[in-house]
Design a protein around this ligand. Structure first.
Ligand code: APR
Ligand code: PHB
Length: 391
């Protein structure tokens, strides 16, 4: 088989890239190791920046999103000494965030791609990449018990943090930056109406977050040990601890059946550069940000916007200037996003190794944000999404 762009991975990065290329008439094939049901059922974050929603609209993929999403016009932060209420449109020139689960985005993108007659190869596991330093790279993969090769002009490694693409860089070609935080997030989905606002909580027991997926489904998180076993958390234990951290007033927190539970690590990881020869990394394959910023999905999409534009220029004109800038362009946004996500993580979590001095600094930062429009605007501007550069 042969194509112009071989895309490894049908997560948000690979799927958006395939749509962006398809609309420009560029041929691509998506190879995905897992089944369609698996990728459509994987529960992850659900906060979309305005730019992500705009892109879904541009691609004609927003019909269900417009019907089912929830608009987030505010973000609350509760802490020992009070409440910070961020009025997002007022603080960010009219912007807001949109709540729509990542797996819903994935379902919409898969359905539209199949409807376009551009199939995705599911259960096609990539084993190795050949010739990435040549003009004729190839992807070796296994499907239906057979070994196959996809010859291409360019390869997009959109295969997430545990994929094979990053490992195809020659030794010494990548610099990696890593910070692992000493805690995880226990996340649940429940059949219960969410509380009024998206709420982040700094509590002496640890961080908590009350989010939502729909008017009937809540998404909540508790800071727990990094190696916590979710089975140690009965529904009752989860709800009791969340109520304590939230400082819930009577009737504020409505409980319900918990139907999904899992622990997410909290880490930052950046691999640079994001390109070697004809292999381009995008999304989680190149970087992970702590979930406190709600940026992983949005950052993956920001990468493939830049990549699609550069590939289109290359295939139309032969010019490689944008491809040559790809890594630098993306890494500027990546590091700003790492900065913001680390700031929010540091602001809101309990750090057991903190000295009393560190804890006072954390409370002083919260008090500063509570009293400063500038401090609030910084959070709001990042939460709704920084502007795109190098358009
Ligand atoms: N061959 C084919 N596919 C692979 C391989 C392989 N060897 N290895 C991994 N994959 C697939 C995975 O099964 C997965 O579906 O690549 C896909 C990568 O998707 P994501 O992990 O969702 O990564 P990305 O598209 O970059 O999306 C980033 O997803 O991880 C979340 O929180 C993160 O929201 C962020 C977003
Ligand atoms: C979510 O709704 O899953 C969510 C919200 C905000 C975050 C992270 C995750 O910071």
């Amino acid at each position: 088989m042969r194509t112009q762009v071989g895309i490894i991975g049908a997560g948000p990065a690979g799927l958006f890239l395939s749509h962006l290329l398809f609309r420009e008439g560029i041929d691509c094939v998506v190879l995905e190791a897992r089944s369609r049901a698996h990728i459509e059922g994987r529960v992850r974050a659900g906060v979309l920046e305005q730019g992500t929603v705009d892109l879904m609209r541009e691609l004609g993929l927003d019909a269900r999103l417009r019907r089912e999403c929830m608009i987030d016009n505010a973000l609350d932060i509760r802490f020992r000494d009070g409440l910070i209420h961020l009025d997002l449109p007022a603080l960010s020139a009219g912007k807001c965030a949109t709540i729509y689960g990542q797996q819903e985005v994935v379902k919409d993108l898969v359905a539209a791609r199949l409807a376009d007659g551009a199939p995705i190869a599911f259960e096609a596991e990539v084993a190795a990449l050949d010739g990435i330093e040549t003009a004729a790279p190839a992807i070796r993969y296994r499907v239906d018990g057979r070994d196959e090769t996809l010859a291409c002009d360019m390869i997009a490694g959109c295969d997430g943090f545990h994929g094979v693409s990053r490992g195809a860089f020659p030794p010494g070609a990548l610099t990696t930056y890593d910070r692992i935080f000493p805690f995880g997030w226990l996340g649940i989905l429940s059949e219960s109406p969410p509380i009024r606002e998206m709420t982040y909580i700094n509590h002496a027991h640890g961080f908590a977050l009350c989010s939502r997926r729909s008017p009937r489904v809540s998404r909540h998180y508790l800071q727990v040990a990094a190696d916590e076993d979710p089975d140690r958390w009965s529904d009752a234990r989860f709800w009791d601890e969340l109520a304590v951290r939230l400082g819930a007033g009577a009737g504020e927190l409505v409980t319900g059946r918990i139907f999904q539970k899992g622990v997410t690590p909290v880490r930052s990881f950046v691999a640079a550069p994001m390109r070697h020869g004809r292999l381009f990394l995008a999304g989680d394959a190149a970087h992970i940000v702590p979930p406190t910023g709600a940026k992983g999905l949005n950052l993956a999409i920001a990468d493939v916007r830049v990549l699609a534009r550069a590939l289109v220029e290359f295939f139309r004109t032969g010019a490689s200037a944008r491809l040559d800038r790809y890594s630098d362009t993306c890494l500027k946004r990546v590091w700003k996003t790492v900065r913001y996500s680390t700031y929010m993580t540091r602001l809101l979590h309990r750090f057991d190794a903190d000295s009393p001095f560190d804890r006072q600094l954390q409370l002083a930062e919260l008090a500063y944000v509570a009293g400063s429009r500038t401090g609030q605007a910084m959070i709001a501007e990042n939460y709704v999404g920084l502007p795109f550069e190098d358009e």
